[in-house]
Design a protein around this ligand. Structure first.
Ligand SMILES: [Zn+2]
Length: 141
């Protein structure tokens, strides 16, 4: 089994130090995904609805995936969707600024739109990167 977040092989069994000594346990953790347990608990609390113990346990036990204990316990991949959403708001500007830092100001830009389902791609032309050549960079996501 491969950890979906770090890509490392998850061993079948691992040994962990506990307060009662070294114990052998399964090599994976079950991680709440795509929403974290904290997000689910907050949604239940703020909904104003009454939940039974069974409702809460059913919610706790649903939508989980195997993850290596290191990724799960460090919570390093939680909130990644929010980070990506924040980044997407200005990622085009960030990439353009990166291109311009190394290639100079762009001379021209063209947008190529595919089908409705696909995102448009922008091609940027840089005039003075290499003598006698035009340089193009694409932006699209
Ligand atoms: Zn991992």
């Amino acid at each position: 089994m491969i950890c979906p977040t770090c890509g490392k092989v998850i061993p079948e069994k691992i040994q962990v130090q506990t307060k009662n000594g070294i114990k052998t346990r399964v090599g994976y953790d079950l991680a709440h995904y795509p929403t974290t347990w904290a997000e689910r608990a907050e949604n239940m609390k703020s909904s104003g609805m009454k939940y039974t113990r069974k409702d809460v346990l059913d919610c706790y036990n649903s939508n989980v995936r195997c993850q290596c204990p290191e990724c799960n316990q460090k919570h390093i991949f939680e909130g990644i969707r929010e980070i990506l959403q924040m980044a997407n708001k200005n990622i085009g500007e960030q990439i353009l600024s990166h291109y311009e830092k190394y290639l100079g100001n762009y001379a021209d830009a063209s947008v190529f739109a595919g089908s409705k389902e696909s995102y448009p791609i922008q091609a940027l032309k840089f005039a003075n990167v290499l003598d006698g050549l035009k340089t193009f960079a694409t932006l699209g996501f």
